[in-house]
Design a protein around this ligand. Sequence first.
Ligand code: A2P
Length: 343
Amino acid sequence: MSSTNLQKKSPVVAIAGATGAVGVELMTCLEQRKFPLSELRLLASARSAGKKMKFRGADVVVQELTDDSLKGVDIALFSAGGAQSKRYAPAAVKAGAVVVDNSSAFRMDANTPLVVPEINAAAMKSHNGIIANPNCVAIVAAMPLWPIHQKARIKRLVMSTYQAASGAGAAAMQELSESTKAFLEGRPFTPKVLPHPYAFNVFSHNTRVDPETGYNEEETKVMQETRKIFGEPDLRVTATCVRVPVLRAHCIALNIELEHALTPAEARALLANAPGVRVVDDIEKNYFPMPVDASGKDEVLVGRIRKDVSDPSGKSLSLFVAGDQLLKGAALNAVQIAERLLD
Ligand code: A2P
């Protein structure tokens, strides 16, 4: 196990998957948060090699992701898909880097910390060179649930998602835009990235469904990862994951059964003080978390905080959250992990 501290205060940082939807946001987060780096290396597939991208006002030429391109890198932010992470993250570690991996490749590996810094930064204390960034839904849901869990202990959690195109990458976002345009112009459109028509439609998450459990892979990830982030292997949790025709922020309806009673007002007060969370719960104006308000924002929005009337004990609450899938659900969380590496 390595220690978390990188001795260098101005590391060489690489982004693997720099041209993707998350990769671009990783660059923006590094720039906006003034991440102290001495060099930024942008890596993608051979298709993108030679392309120029702007960072801090200067052109950076994209290089092909290879073992050689990772030499001399101190922190490697991976967001090029699970297959690339499996292939190249070990090479990056061998070359001396700490990898923050946005894919699902190592998340459930017992020796890989799965980190949301506001919740379990302590898990980063020791690692084998790879720190995993959780699934976007798991992060967005965990942010408002954690303060409640600490106060009143969640016994059972039911999640229903409304997931944006961004979770399936830049090509899926483009497919949503193009298919909507085609629909409005009365033109036929054949989906290429997602399995079903996306414009004006809603469909069950496009990952494989396990015939034994009936859960798709996204649902399984969300359930397993929530337990791991919270350090609660026995937490009773179920999820239904659905794609909605929204470009980039996920919404999640949450229903929780608590060990100790907690009123909506108490939950609201806890959430008002929670880092990285913003309460949007205006009953009078019927104004609650929405993807358009969450897009481009660092905070996870939470509202519709109410007692679940189906449980007369007062120990169940319902909530609704919206969080930018590309920011807190991916790039921002990864950069926050990288920042902690320098602490
Ligand atoms: P490229 O743009 O060259 O295909 P998204 O999640 O938005 O689909 O983005 C995926 C990212 O992963 C892109 O930056 C993409 O680069 C990169 N990528 C995909 N396949 C490979 C590969 N074989 N080697 C390196 N990078 C890859």
